[in-house]
Design a protein around this ligand. Structure first.
Ligand code: FES
Ligand code: FES
Length: 161
């Protein structure tokens, strides 16, 4: 079995490991590093459940190999010190934006990137940003509302500062 040395940062912590060349990043995170704050839905880049942030850009962790993450900085919903993520987590809960919750980590991570780039997105912009993330339960309405409310709450804090 061919393996490669990988060093990467996940949620601010550095990890080093020998990784099988063909292992997907999402499997590496969950099975080798025990970081289960990203889900596996389809394994074929359709559903978005595995969305993480890679060097600040949302990416589907089932679309790349673990070895490709060497030297990269990864963020998942387990990050606790990010104001945008914290605001999104609060809004998803308050606005009942999840039922089974399977899609939620991916929705939140994709939304984080959106709000980092566009702090005041319209409903259409939110729906457009989330078009690669599938939810089988909610009908999307409350997800869009949660992202919009998270944006408003962040804006309010900024105005008050
Ligand atoms: S598990 Fe990666 S997109 Fe579905
Ligand atoms: S809350 Fe169940 S898939 Fe979205």
């Amino acid at each position: 079995m061919e393996t490669h040395f990988v060093r990467l940062t996940v949620n601010g912590k550095e990890y080093q490991a020998e990784v099988e060349a063909r292992k997907l990043l999402v499997h590496f995170l969950r099975d080798d590093l025990n970081i289960t704050s990203t889900n596996i839905g389809c394994d074929t880049s359709q559903c978005g459940a595995c969305t993480i942030e890679l060097d600040g850009k949302s990416s589907k962790a089932c679309t790349m190999l673990a070895v490709q993450a060497h030297g990269r900085d990864i963020r998942t919903t387990a990050t606790t010190d990010d104001p945008i993520l914290n605001s999104l987590k609060q809004s998803f809960q308050a606005d009942h934006a999840l039922q089974c919750g399977y899609c939620t980590p991916g929705m939140v991570m994709r939304s984080r990137e959106l709000l980092a780039q566009n702090p005041t997105p319209t409903e259409d912009e939110i729906r457009d940003a989330l078009h690669g993330n599938i939810c089988r339960c909610t009908g999307y309405h409350n997800i869009v509302k949660a992202v919009s409310n998270a944006a408003a709450s962040l804006q309010k804090k900024e105005d008050a500062a």
